[in-house]
Design a protein around this ligand. Sequence first.
Ligand SMILES: N[C@@H](CCC(=O)N[C@@H](CS)C(=O)NCC(=O)O)C(=O)O
Length: 203
Amino acid sequence: MKLYDGGRAPNPRRVKIFLAEKGLSVPLEQVDLGKLAQKSPEYTAINPVQRVPALQLDDGTIITESIAICRYFETLHPEPPLFGRGAKQAATIEMWERRVEFHLLGPISHVFRNSHPAMKEMEVPQVPAWAEANKPRVMDFLAILDRELQGRRYVAGDEYSVADITGLVAVDFMKPAKLAVPDNLKNVKRWHEEVSARPSAKA
Ligand SMILES: N[C@@H](CCC(=O)N[C@@H](CS)C(=O)NCC(=O)O)C(=O)O
């Protein structure tokens, strides 16, 4: 088994944090995004969508999409549960994971990919207006998250979950996107500080 990784890129980082929380280690193979190695014929044969991460199983099966990879490991190693236990908790975690992925990580990625000079060859065409359009979306969702975190410790409840992993990676990705969590969002800041202090956050 091996995981095709992309250095500090946010999506592979979600999987690496998840693995660290599970106490698992998987051999990594680096795909040099800076050199556009994800677009090489060799890697395109692994993932036609030309993105990392990708997990290759020993029987040759390829699994892409960070959450699909995390689910694979959750099924094999259910403890600690990061996708929840029971119908209600699992659905709540999935709801929050998707909200954070689509309303926070996504818009932050659009800002970064459409404004950062280093992304010119990866994001074609780069549309600076799309970066600008996404900035208020990031701030709107952070305000929602801050209100939610008023009443609970983690994104999806009182237990740490995969929704926190996507949230942590998203908020950390604000830095290269030249965005910052506003100072008045005290609950987001408190939550971010707590999840950043977990050993898995070093991944
Ligand atoms: N939906 C995918 C997104 C994967 C993705 O966008 N990966 C980025 C790195 S964080 C990538 O490979 N970018 C290369 C490119 O855009 O050419 C997932 O959840 O894994």
